[in-house]
Design a protein. Structure first.
Lengths: 195, 195
DNA sequence: GTCTATATAACGATAGAC
DNA sequence: GTCTATCGTTATATAGAC
């Protein structure tokens, strides 16, 4: 909806990020113009530069805030001590978190190649921290004899790829509830790493 | 390398597809210009239109030929009869095929949103045919009691996502051989669907 | 803070010469 | 089949008025 001119600093910023996230997820960063984002927000393109340094900075901020939120949400989760419980917690957390943010997830996985080198390194470091969470769980479980995982690092990659794939097919209107989807993935993950 | 002018119909076409595939995989379809592709091929941009109808047609042809080749390669594979053997054959085939074509795989998964509607439907149909191959194997194995898979369709999605993820980390110079990678994924897939 | 207007560059695609 | 030249459009980003 077009808006008349005036001061709207408190709402234009969030609206800009929301519009950019939705459009980047649907059409891709390179295919979306600043004019298109501005039209969605309801301002002219020039006004967006009161909130972002440039288009690249906008992409970086979206990806960084998503990964910061992902890591913070995991840290905040109450956890037990055993590796098996930790793996179940991680699996259900990952599925739930990603189903709640399909657009942010899509961008974080698809737009890495559109990041400038310094930004790419920063995002990759955050992603690596998250992968290490699962890697450590698998390594601990293998040491305890609860899991049969020869290569914790690559097993973690495989599990995360499997879990993240849920965003490509899950729809709220679909046949399965979120709880059923969690159960489905937990069943497969549990068995895949079992002794 | 720049080339002098003249007739080169027999080599420019393949070079165009090879250059476009490499550039689309690295930077994304929307971020790569026809001028950039032409420079890689060693001709001027206008000359490319002797081989393709437009940029969209180029993307579609790359994706379609990749998926056609994928399905044909699977069909040509000698197969046993049991579900367990079929699953192992599928797993090893998928890993091997995808590791051999990282650029084509990347494009086929990342550029779906840049396809025009009619092209999107055609590509989706081919992808669906491939998913159904695994889905049928899982369903047969579940019916025989060899597998414990409650939902063949979504289990197939999960397994394919896990397997395709190999392209995000595997490097020929890395620690693991292709055979070891195949074994690693087969071990996880086998257990994930086991009874 | 947003507007209009614009600087500067690149885009996809085509026409006509050779 | 490829070239040069160009049409018409669009892009990111900025300047100055309000």
């Amino acid at each position: 909806m077009a808006r008349t001119s005036g001061s709207h600093s408190e709402i234009t910023g969030p609206r800009l990020r929301a519009a950019a996230q939705a459009l980047f997820a649907r059409h891709g960063y390179a295919a979306v113009s600043m004019r298109r984002i501005a039209a969605e927000v309801g301002v002219q393109a020039g006004a967006l530069y009161n909130y972002i340094p440039d288009k690249q900075g906008l992409l970086f901020e979206l990806m960084k805030s998503h990964l910061d939120e992902l890591l913070a949400a995991w840290e905040a989760l109450p956890k037990g001590t055993g590796a098996r419980d930790a793996l179940e917690a991680f699996t259900r957390f990952h599925v739930r978190f990603h189903l709640d943010r399909p657009d942010a997830v899509f961008i974080a996985y698809m737009e890495l190649r559109n990041l400038e080198p310094a930004n790419f390194r920063a995002i990759e470091a955050l992603r690596r921290r998250y992968e290490t969470v699962l890697e450590d769980i698998l390594r601990q479980g293998a040491a305890e004899g609860a899991f049969d995982v020869a290569d914790s690092k690559h097993a973690a990659f495989a599990v995360i790829a499997m879990l993240t794939g849920v965003t490509t097919w899950y729809r709220d209107e679909g046949r399965l509830s979120r709880a059923e989807v969690e159960d489905l993935y937990w069943s497969m993950v549990r068995k895949a790493v079992s002794a």
